[in-house]
Structures are given as C-alpha cells and as structure tokens.
Ligand binder design. Structure first.
Ligand code: RB5
Length: 142
C-alpha cells in the first residue's frame, strides 16, 4: 500500500515521525512536504497530495496542519477526495467505516503524537461498511 503524506509547518514534526513509523511497518510513503518548520501555506502541499490520490499515484493520503481545518477545507475542493478530520480513534474508525475517507486529516497542535499514531492505525485497519453509507457518498460530488 502506497500512502501520500503532507503537512504544513505546524504538522511537520508529526509528519516526519509518522512517516518513519509507517515505513517501519512496511508502508511505502510519498512525502509531499513541507520539509521544515519554516512557515508555509498548506494549499501548496494539500493540492498535490489530493491530485496524487485522485489519479491513483498513491492509494491513500494523510495530512496534518495545526487544527486540520486548512488541510480538510483545501483537500475537499477535489471532487474525488473525501478528507476526514479525526482527533481521536473513535472518529478515526468512523471516518473510514461511514465516510470512506481517502485522506485522513489530523490536528497536530491538538493531539499527542501517540494519539496521531493510534488514529492512523485505526483508520488504516478499518474497512468501509458500504450499504447506506455508499448511497450517501454517491450524493457528495457536485
Ligand atoms: C498555522 O499557524 C495554522 O494556521 C495552520 O497550521 C492550520 O491550523 C490552518 O488551518
């Protein structure tokens, strides 16, 4: 499984640590930046990640900024993207089970790193339920 990952400066440290963790588990990671704690604009990395998920270059995506909202708002401009914000493992589970989020978004400034790892593992290891949730997802694109 190939996973694309991105963050702004606020999520940079968690991104790099999470990338190393996932690589140690055997995931192939494509890093879309940012590559330092220098202040930058989250759309500059969010749009390339969204395009990579949309065209199948990566299977899934993970994005982090301070609150997660800038990333989620930007990523969800893309028609094939369902970017779901999760700040605990229960939401990490539901965002896959019910929303089939193809990009997981987390608020780096508001959760511990260990929580980010647990949310990511939960989201990766949860299956989409389909059924009534598929019908709802089919109604999202404009
Ligand atoms: C950066 O200060 C912060 O605004 C950004 O990381 C994010 O929270 C935006 O939504």
């Amino acid at each position: 499984m190939k996973i694309g990952i991105c963050s702004d400066h606020a999520g940079f440290e968690y991104k790099d640590r999470l990338k190393a963790h996932l690589e140690s588990e055997g995931y192939e990671i494509s890093d879309f930046g940012t590559h330092s704690t220098e202040s930058m604009d989250y759309p500059d990395v969010a749009h390339p990640l969204a395009k990579a998920v949309e065209d199948g270059t990566v299977d899934l995506g993970i994005a982090m900024c301070g609150t997660g909202n800038g990333m989620a708002i930007t990523l969800n401009k893309h028609q094939k993207i369902r970017a779901g914000l999760a700040w605990n493992t229960e939401i990490g589970e539901l965002v896959k089970k019910h929303n089939n989020a193809n990009i997981l978004v987390m608020p780096a400034r508001f959760i511990a790193f260990e929580e980010a790892v647990n949310i990511t593992e939960t989201w990766l290891n949860t299956a989409f339920e389909g059924g009534r949730h598929q019908k709802r997802i089919d109604k999202i694109p404009l």
